[in-house]
Design a binder for this molecule. Sequence first.
Ligand SMILES: N[C@@H](CCC(=O)N[C@@H](CS)C(=O)NCC(=O)O)C(=O)O
Length: 242
Amino acid sequence: MKRTLYDLAGEDPACRFSPFCWRSRLALAHKGLDADVVPWRFTERDRLGFSGQDRVPVLVDGERVVADSWAIACWLEDRYPDRPSLFDGDGGRAVSRFVNVWADSELHPQVARMVVADIPSLLAPADRAYFHESREQRFGMALERVSADRAERVESFRRELLHPLRTMLGQQPWLGGEAPVYADYIVFGAFQWARVGSAFELLEKDDPVAMWRERVLDLHGGLARATPARSAAAATASAAAA
Ligand SMILES: N[C@@H](CCC(=O)N[C@@H](CS)C(=O)NCC(=O)O)C(=O)O
């Protein structure tokens, strides 16, 4: 059966930095399902017209169109029950929903503030203009100002926001316990967004959260690691060119 996942891309089609799309890519890999992961750009609304959506990820699974990363995870779990489970049962699904809401409402806004200024230089020219305008409207200020205090901000991010995650990962290797589950992919998506989109480092090397991030990067044949981290030199060069 043909399966297609629409995934946000930068000017370089290999640059995939959407946290939500990473959730879906890892969920597909966890289930052992192949998909054509096709690049999509912010200003290509027409190409998503068939789905009635203007955001990615969108999964086309045979005849079925599923949009939104949480809906995609639930679809995959229910449609492919014989494959490895993303939730480990109804209780796991319910708790994963909490992790989903926590990531969207607490983790993402903090990561966004620290990396948003680095994103435009990754984008194709039309997307760059759209991104600047839409995000400056969202934050109510120039993107450079949004990220200006990140060296201080990252301290409380590590110390406060990540404290429960770090404590838990000191006691067990995955959010799922002895093995990764969808909750791991939800949280990881935010770190992959920062890793691919920005050279600013969110984590200290010896942080248990950083060690867990390395483990997720290795999962499924190193799927997430195959998309390179942004280097400081490349970020400076593309920002100068943009
Ligand atoms: N709740 C959605 C959020 C999806 C989302 O916001 N995707 C971003 C890419 S990371 C997008 O497509 N944004 C389009 C835009 O900002 O115009 C999900 O979980 O899939």
